[in-house]
Design a protein around this ligand. Structure first.
Ligand code: BES
Ligand code: MN
Ligand code: ZN
Length: 507
């Protein structure tokens, strides 16, 4: 999707469709009487332009566009406009409308129009949001909306918006807006790159293929990339990673991507570590058949790190970053590890395997330790790590864990800027009891209660005193249902926050 900025007046622009946002300005009444009628929505355009306002006035006044966000009304041949159509899209309550909502509205506009055979349109930036922030949100949201994962359907329509024009407000700094649009384009495309990787089923996205895709991306963007196999994993004494890999006929891949821009200070070195389980059967502690097909997305954390490295390579912040993905299948076989086995991680920590389905923390244990050995001073990992985080936070917020408050604050700020929802969960010392073993240092499964925390407590052992963030994206990396702004399937969650976070370190 090509993106251009325009500063012309909407009426003058030739386009297949203009898009304007309508917001509801009605005060919601705190009237609990059963008979109380809902106040009529008071829709007003979020665009200041007088011509757009007058051409849509009747439609808004008639209440044909209800106040629910993402509802649409399409006007053909709007009088006095060069545009063929005008799409009005509801953004919900004016009071609550932020760039978070704007991203979604832009995505919903893309999905509405591309389904109607339209290939290019012009989006009028709303006046209530600072111009740069609005441009970012529109570009990122539109790219997210433009993605559909129906790759292997014979009737694939491959509907896409090819060109997006953003009508920005004329008095903004044009260069700053162009820069915002360019950066947002890189970020949105990288998010879709990640979603591409996650979409692929496990027979088409083996650890080797994931490594090849990372290599290709690194070649294209000028990153250094190494992909190691079983020999190197054993040589490094990654006993935790190998304990998962040993059960599969597919060779594992340890992917290391390095971004070292000229002029970056020696420190910090940021380490992005991703769980890359290309299929999680559970191993000998095998999962039930129902829904197991979804476990092809158990490499979403790894794919997110590869996509984030792509964005970083193209955005060129002046800070060193190392991306590490521990990729393997988790399979039952005659060579697979068994419950009760004891494994020695690269750090020397001994681990009693209680449940072979708690494999993500095993591969990450060695990934995190290795990142520190490579000199990382700050660590972030992303993983579809536990079903328990879905119980705790549902499909709305990703779980975020931190061993360092300053690191958390920085990441939280990045979340806000990126428009991604994450919620912090605790790591109190008391939880340590849950991962104690009688035979070894720790167990790999702390049981059901507080399952997402137990998993994070396990990882914390390997981050040691390095400032570290753990993102449990099990509930958010995959959209169970399509939404007006996004297709069903991989979401690409966390990539935008990661990129904002990395940028925050750049001088
Ligand atoms: N990949 C799963 C977690 C998962 C569950 C991701 C649902 C996405 C959706 C992980 O490897 C796993 O199996 N975790 C176990 C841990 C348990 C055995 C301690 C879980 O959550 O049940
Ligand atoms: Mn598992
Ligand atoms: Zn898993």
């Amino acid at each position: 999707m090509k993106t251009t900025l325009s500063f012309s007046t909407p009426a003058e622009l030739e386009t297949e469709s203009l898009v304007a946002i309508a917001l509801d300005h009605a005060e919601s009444r705190k009237d609990h009487a059963a008979t109380a009628k809902k106040e009529k929505p008071q829709l007003q355009l979020a665009a200041g332009d007088a011509a757009v306002q007058s051409v849509s006035a009747d439609l808004l006044a008639n209440g044909e566009l209800a106040r629910e966000a993402f509802e649409v009304a399409l006007l053909h041949k709007p009088a006095g406009f060069k545009a063929k159509r005008l799409l009005l899209i509801s953004g919900g309550k004016a009071k609550k409308f932020t760039s978070y909502d704007l991203r979604r509205v832009a995505g919903a506009a893309v999905r509405t129009l591309k389904a109607r055979g339209i290939r290019s349109f012009a989006f009028i930036a709303p006046s209530g949001i600072p111009a740069e922030e609005a441009v970012r949100a529109i570009v990122e949201g539109a790219l997210v909306g433009n993605f559909d994962p129906d790759y292997y359907r014979s009737d694939r329509k491959n509907e896409k918006i090819d060109a997006l024009t953003i009508l920005a407000s004329g008095n903004a700094d044009h260069d700053a807006l162009e820069k915002a649009a360019r950066e947002a384009q890189i970020i949105g495309e990288s998010q879709n790159f990640t979603r591409d990787l996650v979409t692929e089923p496990s027979n088409r996205m083996t650890p080797t293929i994931l490594g090849d895709r990372a290599k290709k991306m690194c070649q294209e963007t000028g990153l250094k990339c190494e992909v190691y196999g079983a020999d190197k994993i054993k040589e490094l004494k990654m006993g935790a990673f190998w304990s998962v890999a040993q059960g599969s006929d597919e060779p594992p891949a340890l992917i290391v991507m390095t971004y070292e821009p000229a002029g970056a200070p020696a420190k910090p070195v940021l380490g992005l570590v991703g769980k890359g389980i290309t299929f999680d059967t559970g191993g000998i502690s095998i999962k039930p058949a129902d829904g197991m097909e979804k476990m092809k997305y158990d490499m979403a954390g790894g794919a997110t790190m590869i996509g984030a490295m792509r964005a970083i390579a193209l955005l060129k912040p002046k800070v060193k970053v190392i991306g590490i993905v521990c990729a393997t299948e988790n399979m039952p076989s005659g060579k697979a590890q068994k419950p009760g086995d004891v494994q020695i991680a690269m750090s020397g920590t001994s681990i009693e395997i209680i449940n072979t389905d708690a494999e993500g923390r095993l591969v990450l244990a060695d990934g995190l330790f290795y990142a520190r050995q490579l000199g990382c001073t700050h660590l972030v990992d992303a993983a579809t790590l536990t079903g328990a985080v879905v119980i705790a936070l549902g499909y709305v917020n990703a779980g975020i864990f931190a061993n360092d408050d300053a690191m958390y604050d920085r990441f939280h700020k990045a979340n806000d800027e990126a428009g991604e929802k994450m919620w912090r969960l605790p790591l109190d010392d008391e939880y340590e009891d849950n991962i104690k073993s009688t035979i070894a240092d720790i167990v790999n499964s702390g049981g059901r209660w507080g399952g997402a925390i137990n998993a994070a407590m396990f990882l914390k052992e390997f981050a040691e005193d390095t400032p570290w963030i753990h993102l449990d994206i099990a509930g958010t990396a995959w959209m169970e249902q399509q939404k007006p702004w996004i297709a069903k399937g991989p979401s690409g969650i966390a990539l935008r926050s990661l990129v904002e976070f990395v940028k925050s370190f750049a001088s």
